[in-house]
Design a protein around this ligand. Sequence first.
Ligand SMILES: Cc1cc2nc3c(=O)[nH]c(=O)nc-3n(C[C@H](O)[C@H](O)[C@H](O)COP(=O)(O)OP(=O)(O)OC[C@H]3O[C@@H](n4cnc5c(N)ncnc54)[C@H](O)[C@@H]3O)c2cc1C
Length: 279
Amino acid sequence: MELPYTLTRPLLARVAENRRLTAPGNPSDVRHVVLEFARDALAFQEGQAVGVPPPGLNQRGRPHPPRLFSVASARDGEYGDGQSLALTVKRFFGQDPATGAAIPGLASNFLCDCAVGDQVRLTGPLGDLLRIPDDEPGPLLLFATGTGVAPMRGLLQRRARSAAARQFAAALLHGAPTADDLAYSQEFEQQARGDSGLAYLTARSREQTDNAGQRLYVGQLALNHRDQLAPLLAHPALQVLVCGVRGMEEGVERAIAAIGGEDRLARLRAEGRWRVEVY
Ligand SMILES: Cc1cc2nc3c(=O)[nH]c(=O)nc-3n(C[C@H](O)[C@H](O)[C@H](O)COP(=O)(O)OP(=O)(O)OC[C@H]3O[C@@H](n4cnc5c(N)ncnc54)[C@H](O)[C@@H]3O)c2cc1C
């Protein structure tokens, strides 16, 4: 049953897994956190997010508002059981403007520190920016950086499980500073090996440079593979999804315009098949 959960009436979930995705020496601590809940208690689609209110109260004695985390699983759940979902959580620190001291972000640190069996409250599901309506199937051109890979993993998990979702080609262009920061890369590589319609391409900005000696980002990666991506881009039903670090969309826009032409980019936007979520 579909229920919009709220801060005053959240869904109670239980932590089933908390696995670090980045190596122990990597300063970026990114986790794969799986939550379980009552069967069919939460109906979500790939591309949507859930809210996680941090525990405790703010300085005014009020509950903290929920922070958004993209669901990293297909709609039938992380375990395909209709009662689980995965989140890809980066441990976030801000900085005290006066002292420069690191201030741990409330929700991300809560999730990164949670143990199997702990209870987590969820709100939502929400977010339609990256949700592709079921009656608009088409090839997928996916660009992800950082935890923006979470919704793409959900889409590719569905693709792996559903023959209907494999009727069109898909490409994931995945960017990160280093190979270790490419969350789920082994899973995607394995999936692409068994799925001839799926291309998985990576850009490691601190380890790879383009022809001009500049750091390699996903926009340039697309240009490097323009011959491979051009047929995908020409498909009238194409869906383009961009998710991750704010600012990444600019390089992606330039690449799409260079490969498919400015008109193509304008048409994708006008037809609502250009979906960007950056944060
Ligand atoms: C659509 C969407 C999807 C997202 N998906 C993901 C995802 O899949 N994975 C993911 O990891 N993140 C995701 N995010 C980001 C996530 O929502 C949070 O913004 C992020 O995790 C930080 O939240 P936090 O509660 O840890 O930090 P917060 O507690 O919200 O802290 C944020 C800022 O406030 C400052 N601050 C906090 N407390 C104090 C204080 N007492 N004094 C001064 N400054 C303070 C912190 O230093 C920091 O700069 C997404 C965001 C959006 C909008």
